[in-house]
Unconditional design. Structure first.
Length: 384
């Protein structure tokens, strides 16, 4: 069988490991994993020990040939937890790593998303790693922060630094950056600064409504340093040819983001010779006029949000069955059981995590981002 896409759940000690794995004969294997604490009544120290033991177990599985390239820790109390998590990181293989306070809503104190690939040469770089294979350099960057000034200034500093870093690696923000994440402390107050600074910097780099923007999530998230109001994670690829990035719009379902003052793409399909990666931005319950669908109704908003995601995937030639992971953000902890039930019924096999993280518009009760991996044949491009 040339290709295998598998989903399964492993239990290791006190950790539930949700896996999706894509294998291609003669090509790179890739795996997304979500690690969840099963016994949520244990201390943070014990939960961290268990998460890390399960992570090491995961790295030794599959013949030990999968290398971590990106991971993100979701914490319930970053001020008191991040130092312990970072200290545990020191003996591990090099991997771009992100930390953000977004409490897991299953009641645990920590959860972990890990992305792994086989047959890649991994090199550490400032703030992350570069995974090289087949003429591509996959540049993962995690947890970039600046404690200077307000959210607008911090966003400007972070994007300028990131742009300069890409230039140092022979890349450009406009042509090579695939995905960004902006975690914003007190998003109801600080998000406008992020939006304005991002728009200004994008214009300097030639990113406008007439060209394209970058697939992104802007969501509530905090760092251990209270002066850091913005955290930036990012992913770029060096070596892509013209036409390998196809932007997704689903215009029957949603309007262009610039119509309501923000500058990001709804999604992007990155086409390789043997597969496509589909990155869906943080997506909420919105219609093609920019209005919130089903105000105050968590079930209605969840259903419309999923319709929008499905429309974006369909435009990319994919379906919900090809999702490799999902991250769900809720504004109100009281909605957790309702949302959890919906996702358990519809997406029981897909690695996912549900977090407490208010969305950028107060009326949105829920937002989801996701990644899909689709078997594909694009002979004009090199395989992954």
């Amino acid at each position: 069988m040339p290709m295998c896409y598998s989903d399964k759940v492993l239990i290791y000690s006190n950790i539930r490991i949700e896996l999706s794995r894509f294998d291609k004969l003669g090509g790179v294997s890739e795996c997304h994993a979500m690690l969840h604490v099963a016994d949520i009544e244990t201390s943070f120290s014990q939960q961290l020990v268990d998460i890390n033991a399960a992570y090491l177990y995961l790295l030794s599985s599959f013949g030990g040939n999968l290398h971590p390239v990106f991971k993100r820790y979701f914490l319930s109390d970053a001020v008191n937890q991040m130092e312990s998590v970072r200290n545990r990181e020191k003996p591990y293989p090099p991997c771009a790593t992100s930390f953000v306070e977004q409490p897991p809503l299953d009641g645990s104190k920590i959860a972990l998303w890990v992305y792994m690939q086989s047959d890649v040469d991994v090199n550490e770089c400032a703030g992350g790693i570069v995974a090289e294979h087949n003429g591509y350099s996959h540049i993962w960057t995690g947890c970039c922060t600046s404690g200077e000034g307000n959210s607008a200034l911090q966003t400007e500093v972070l994007l300028n630094r990131y742009s300069d870093y890409l230039l140092s690696r022979g890349c450009a923000l406009g042509s090579d950056c695939i995905r960004t994440w902006f975690f914003v402390q007190n998003i109801d107050v600080n998000y406008s600064g992020v939006v304005n600074a991002r728009k200004t910097l994008f214009e300097r780099h030639g990113l406008t409504s007439e060209s394209h923007y970058i697939t992104s999530t802007g969501i509530e998230g905090s760092f251990s340093d209270p002066h850091c109001s913005v955290i930036l994670d990012a992913y770029a690829v060096k070596g892509l040819q013209k036409g390998q990035q196809i932007y997704l719009y689903a215009k029957d379902n949603m309007n262009p983001t610039y119509e309501y003052g923000v500058t990001f793409e709804r999604g992007v399909r990155v086409a390789y010779g043997d597969r496509s990666h589909i990155f869906i931005s943080g997506t909420a319950s919105i219609d093609n006029k920019g209005n919130i669908v089903s105000p105050y109704d968590i079930v209605g908003q969840t259903n419309r949000m999923l319709e929008n995601i499905n429309a974006l995937l369909k435009e990319a030639g994919a379906s919900m069955e090809e999702l490799a992971q999902m991250i769900i953000y809720l504004r109100d902890v009281a909605d957790y059981r309702t949302v959890c039930k919906i996702f358990d019924e519809k997406f029981c096999q897909i690695p996912r995590v549900i977090l407490l993280a208010p969305v950028c518009r107060p009326g949105w009760l829920i937002e989801t981002e996701c990644i899909a991996v689709k078997e594909d044949c694009n002979p004009q491009f090199a395989p992954l």
